[in-house]
Design a protein around this ligand. Structure first.
Ligand code: KG4
Ligand code: ZN
Length: 337
């Protein structure tokens, strides 16, 4: 089954052609990063306008690069939630029309589940496993029992981890998108130059929940309070010290969740799963006997391949949506553990 996947939930306009959920024939990602750069953040109105202008060409390019024609497509999958509503609407409307014109089924896909599925494309992992979804909009630790069976164990109670990277980078004028820049600068910084605090959440009631706004505020407003003696106040040191704690907050919950659940497999996804420190800390779990997977860098950030891949799973199981499907900015109801 050949599925066209469309992703327009934020600032990447992407379309991909994937065969049988795993074989990526094309994955075209037209990023709007340069156009949002002057604002150091994604401007929703600008994002949806650019998606409207680009979507047809991006889909044409994905089909051409896959070496197929429209007639070879068996179905269309599209991100329908959550995300920026105007941006989602462009992809959903396009997918509906495209599928209807070709008389093929289409299905709306949950962006969070798609990020969690991304690593399955390249490195299939047996269920169940601990899912770690870290992006600009979400920070979720969950138990994953199947492509559609996600049980949330913990989430951020305020900022998402990627959002914290982006806001710190924006405040210090380091560049956009912040996560990539902080990751790069950190390589030349001392992670102990500033000893930024982690959150003090009620560990008993919400053992896997996270908070990033306190760390962000400490880095932005109170950095001198946390500077180690003799440490230099450089962008590299701020970046490395922030990154150490941002990843630390997550990893402490991940380790606890693994211990408590007895799960032996872990898989990460989302833009922040591209972070080199997080990847090495997750990889280090392998020494303790865990199996760890994450997507290649291109499949960490938003892309159409993960949408087509997950779409295939639903379609294979006989599921599809009708023309009433609408986009939604909100996170769908996940079962809370
Ligand atoms: O998954 P994604 O493309 O979009 C959302 O669904 O949010 O994630 C984008 C986020 C941004 O916050 C970006 O700064 C972050 O992922 N990011 C990184 C890295 N690459 C992208 N954060 C930390 N380190 C990276 N290398
Ligand atoms: Zn995303």
């Amino acid at each position: 089954m050949i599925v066209l996947g469309i992703e327009t939930s934020c600032d990447e306009c992407s379309a991909a052609v994937v065969r049988d959920g795993r074989e990526i024939l094309s994955n075209v990602i037209a990023t709007q990063i340069e156009l949002h750069k002057p604002y150091q953040g994604v401007v929703p109105e600008l994002a949806s306008r650019l998606h409207t202008e680009w979507i047809a060409q991006v889909v044409e390019a994905a089909i051409a690069q896959a070496g197929i024609t429209k007639k070879d497509l068996d179905a269309v999958a599209v991100t329908s939630r959550p995300g920026l509503l105007g941006s989602l609407l462009v992809g959903v409307s396009f997918a509906k029309c495209f599928a209807s014109a070709l008389h093929i089924p289409f299905i709306g896909i949950d962006h969070i589940r798609a990020h969690l599925y991304a690593s399955q494309i390249e490195n299939p992992l047996e269920y169940p496993y601990l899912g770690v979804l870290v992006s600009g909009g979400h920070t979720v630790i969950c138990r994953v029992d199947g492509y559609d069976k996600v049980e949330v164990m913990g989430t951020t109670i305020d900022d998402a981890i990627g959002e914290a990277f982006d806001k710190v980078a924006k405040f210090y004028d380091l560049g956009f998108p912040g996560g990539v820049v902080i990751d790069r600068l950190s390589k030349d910084g001392d992670p102990n130059a500033f000893l930024f605090p982690g959150p003090t959440l009620d560990r008993n009631e919400h053992p896997y929940d996270m908070s990033y706004s306190g760390l962000k505020t400490a880095v932005i407003n109170q950095k001198d309070k946390f500077r180690s003696e003799g440490a230099e106040d450089t962008p590299e040191n701020i970046a490395a010290s922030f990154q150490r704690q941002a990843v630390g907050i997550l990893m402490r919950r991940v380790r606890k969740a693994l211990k408590d659940t007895g799960l032996k497999r872990v898989s990460a996804g989302g833009g922040v799963a591209a972070n080199s420190l997080l990847r090495s800390e997750l990889k280090a779990l392998e020494k303790g006997g865990y199996t760890v997977t994450f997507p290649s860098l291109k499949l960490c950030t938003d892309n159409g391949a993960m949408v087509a891949g997950l779409g295939y799973m639903y379609l294979r199981d006989g599921l599809r949506d009708d023309s009433h499907l609408s986009a939604s900015a909100r996170v769908s109801a996940f079962k809370k553990a």
